[in-house]
Write a new protein. Structure first.
Length: 426
């Protein structure tokens, strides 16, 4: 009887354990040109996968290509990853062009759906113009040797890796599988993941591992990714950089305009992020500090709200770019927006109190002056203007009376820094 009870208990426990599958796979989607936003997105996805103890990363690829430097960073990340990248060209009709084709060669397992293609990875200028022959030869040879090393590591076609760079060769996914450039041809995503599961791969530390595919956990592109994608477009990033320098020059040569300085400062930080000269997280911190500086300056400078608005925008964008490198989690909008609103209320409140105090002070000074007497210390030739000493200060004056030095006068009004006075009768 006891053996029967134990057997039933083990069966129930086994059923419960199998129902709660501990394995997971982080799923990410790249549908835009490869840029700084893509590198940042994949870095966060990998951190999220490791934090959740997931077994693999499923990367959907549909891209025309992109920045070669960013592509190198992504390839380095994939080659050193402690968990396998499973990369699929999807949806049907999509393609992995140029930079996308190179990234596919670095993936531990790659594949494509029917009616997709891969290739055409010849380096070109971002503007699409023809580059000088010497520079073109240098870039092609460098890219070929680099890609051959990646391809050899993954055991794929060396001919394909050379031809897509030197001849801009492009193949359908069906043909790429036959030529050894892709591992799998699949009907859909589920079919690809099913075929990828159980394959033997080599991870970053030269350790052999078996691919495990678990429940998909989507890591969808967020607002941070969309903002970075917009900013990181090569042509836009270049124009943003040059425009920011021009605006900062205008601000330095015409102090007090304020708007050029605010826009130029924010644009300069964003362009440095797009050029990979500033890490995204550090760029976010720089934007936050810049925004706080703008908000503090708003209290002391008459900017008509330009510094305040620029500061709030800078803090908001900087908060979007902050994230925890160990988990891949970024700050949610539900936290960022209230913090920005609180900052806005705080600095608007301080500004209101400062303005109110200034008005009270101005009113008190006018009241005290109008009740005060002074003594003439200098006069012009006609005796109707000059300087008086009043309340321990020296002021300019004008008067309808003809005055002499040491005459006692009574203040009747104030016009800016000039007092209207009349002669005090004995």
């Amino acid at each position: 009887m006891m053996k029967l009870f134990v057997s039933v208990l083990l069966v129930l426990l086994g059923t419960k354990v199998s129902a709660a599958d501990p394995h997971c796979t982080i799923a990410v989607t790249v549908n835009d040109a490869i840029s700084a936003s893509t590198s940042d997105y994949l870095e966060r996805a990998e951190s999220r996968a490791l934090e959740n103890k997931c077994d693999s990363i499923f990367l959907r690829v549909n891209t025309p290509g992109g920045n070669l430097f960013t592509t190198r960073l992504i390839v380095e990340r994939i080659l050193s990853s402690p968990i396998p990248y499973l990369c699929l060209i999807t949806p049907k009709g999509g393609h992995a062009g140029s930079a996308g084709a190179i990234i596919l060669q670095a993936c531990h397992v790659n594949g494509g759906l029917a009616a997709t293609n891969i290739g055409a990875a010849t380096p070109i200028l971002g503007s699409g113009e023809q580059m000088p022959e010497d520079l073109r030869k240098k870039m092609i040879n460098d890219t070929v040797s680099w890609l051959e090393g990646v391809t050899k590591l993954r055991g794929r076609s060396l001919d394909f890796s050379r031809d897509i760079v030197t001849e801009a060769k492009s193949l359908s996914s069906e043909q790429a599988v036959k030529d050894g450039a892709l591992d799998l041809l699949s009907e859909n995503e589920a079919d690809f993941l099913k075929q990828a599961a159980g394959r033997k791969v080599v991870l970053g530390d030269d350790k052999e591992s078996i691919v495990v595919v678990g429940a998909l956990k989507e890591f969808s592109p967020d607002l941070r990714y969309r903002v970075l994608t917009f900013v990181a477009d090569p042509e836009f990033a270049y124009m943003l950089f040059m425009g920011s320098l021009a605006l900062l020059y205008v601000e330095m040569t015409h102090p007090g305009l304020i708007a050029p300085g605010v826009i130029g400062g924010m644009g300069l930080v964003l362009s440095l992020i797009a050029f990979h000269k500033l890490d995204v997280a550090w760029g976010g911190l720089a934007l936050i500090l810049l925004g706080i500086a703008f908000l503090i300056a708003e209290i002391f400078l008459p900017s008509f709200g330009i510094l305040g608005a620029g500061g709030l925008i800078s803090v908001f964008m900087g908060s979007l770019f902050l994230w925890d490198k160990t988990t891949g989690y970024s700050l949610p909008l539900s936290l960022i927006i209230p913090v920005v609103l609180v900052l806005a209320a705080f600095f608007l409140g301080i500004g209101f109190l400062a303005l109110r105090t200034l008005r009270l002070k101005t009113r008190d000074v006018d009241h005290d002056l109008n009740e005060s007497q002074g003594r003439v210390v200098t006069i012009d030739s006609n005796g109707h203007a000059g300087q008086i000493h009043i309340m321990g200060e020296t002021w300019k004056f004008v008067s309808e009376d003809s005055l002499s030095v040491d005459d006692v006068v009574q203040v009747t009004a104030r016009q800016g820094l000039t007092l209207n006075v009349k002669k005090k009768k004995d």
